[in-house]
Design a protein around this ligand. Structure first.
Ligand code: ADP
Length: 397
């Protein structure tokens, strides 16, 4: 039997040294997935999972983004993708939804590297590489920031001089938009509560962010101008006193670039535990009695709970909380600890249901008397990007 995949969309997530890809059928029933990693290094390779689930590894020593994409498109050629959707990190103020790639859109993706220096250039490389290989294939860009562009000024402005907003576009943008959009939509489909719904969504992975979403619109979120603001993350600090930069410069003579490395790469779970940015490793060490690991977990949960409580201020109604991302989807212990922080919210948990939700399971775990629903919804950014790509290109039936 020949396996087929109907009218598939190719979803590409081009990072600085990796490309994640998924070929998704129109009805979302079939997928081919893969990852090109270590691009530019001798260890560059593609890990590919075919339609039949068979895995293969293809070595492309020294391979660039362009070479990796060439190989990926060769691997997928027989399935004839009808469109390509790129996850792009920053869409600035102009992009409030997914857009068809035109010369203007590509130029904007490149220009916005000022706001996402590591990511937008890699995204632009991906667009250009596909264009060079298949100039006829329509492409769309789906921005991580777009979903949050419904935030009101009261949520997106910083209390800074107006000129910095007007002239330099300094404001809060928010990220993880496709994930917050997907899980809040899904929660609204699954919930029995009469709408419109108000959700607090907690995307807890390596990067972590929370959002307040009412009736399908983002009203506030924890990340800001960059993905550094907000919750404590794997290696990122989240909120710190903005006076910290000056203090470190004065006392330790650190440069801004050095401070940036500390805040983005050496902080969060890794910084506090001194062990790892991986919640499983930190959790294991905490169980074995490591005090720094215990504090890392307590801080992670306290700060997530505190942020969720503050984001509830944005919601006209509060229907419930949705957990997603690697930590949110898998760790009942972290979910419980975060909900303990919200002790004034009259939330009750079904512990056995909570413990049963991991490894891709979707479901609710609130008690019968809980004032808010509690959901675990595995995120599916690829599905959402494929969907938005077809919409932006006018390919939906
Ligand atoms: P990314 O933000 O890179 O997409 P993920 O959403 O995959 O990351 O989340 C990665 C995080 O999820 C890591 O900290 C990892 O330890 C954590 N994680 C994965 N499985 C579990 C688990 N069973 N229990 C606790 N944490 C987990």
């Amino acid at each position: 039997m020949t396996l087929t995949i109907t009218n598939p969309t190719l979803v590409l997530n081009c990072g600085s040294s990796s490309i994640k890809y998924a070929l998704i059928s129109e009805d979302d029933q079939t997928r081919i997935t893969g990852l090109a990693e270590n691009l530019g290094l001798d260890t560059a390779q593609i890990k590919h999972t075919g339609l039949d689930g068979k895995k293969q590894q293809i070595q492309i020593a020294g391979g660039s983004h362009k070479l990796a994409l060439q190989k990926i498109l060769e691997l997928l050629e027989q399935y004839k993708p009808i469109a390509v959707g790129h996850r792009v990190v920053h869409g600035g103020r102009e992009f409030t939804k997914a857009a068809k790639v035109t010369p203007h859109v590509l130029a904007e993706v490149k220009r916005l590297k000022i706001l996402a220096p590591l990511h937008n250039p890699a995204n632009a490389l991906g667009i250009e590489a596909v264009n060079a290989i298949y100039p006829e294939l329509p492409q769309a860009v789906v921005f991580d920031t777009a979903f949050h562009q419904t935030m009101p000024p009261v949520a997106f402005r910083y209390a800074l001089p107006k000129a910095l907003y007007d002239e330099e576009k300094i404001r809060r943008y928010g990220f993880h938009g496709t994930s917050h959009a997907y899980v809040s939509d899904r929660a609204s489909q699954l919930s029995d509560a009469t709408g419109p719904h108000g959700w607090l969504t907690a995307h807890l992975g390596n990067g972590c962010s929370a959002a307040a979403i009412y009736d399908g619109r983002s009203l506030d979120t924890s990340m800001g101008l960059t993905p550094l603001e907000g919750l404590m993350m794997g290696t990122r600090s989240g909120d710190v006193d903005p006076g910290l930069h000056l203090h470190l410069k004065r006392t330790l003579g650190m440069t801004l670039d050095e401070i940036d490395v500390v805040l983005n790469k050496q902080s969060g779970l890794l910084g506090i535990s001194g062990l790892s940015n991986d919640m499983r490793t930190v959790g294991q060490a905490a169980e074995e009695g490591n005090e720094d690991a215990k504090l890392a977990i307590e801080m992670f949960c306290y700060r997530a709970g505190k942020y969720l409580a503050s984001l509830s201020c944005a919601l006209p109604v509060f229907t419930g909380i949705v957990f997603t991302g690697g930590v949110g989807e898998n760790s009942a212990m972290i979910r419980s600890k975060i909900l303990e922080v919200l002790r004034h919210f009259k939330i009750s948990i079904k512990e056995d249901k909570n413990a049963s939700l991991y490894g891709g399971a979707e479901g609710s775990f609130h008690g019968d008397d809980s004032q808010a629903e509690l959901w675990v919804i595995p995120t599916d950014e690829e599905y959402r990007i494929a969907h938005e790509t077809r919409e932006a290109l006018g390919l939906t039936q």
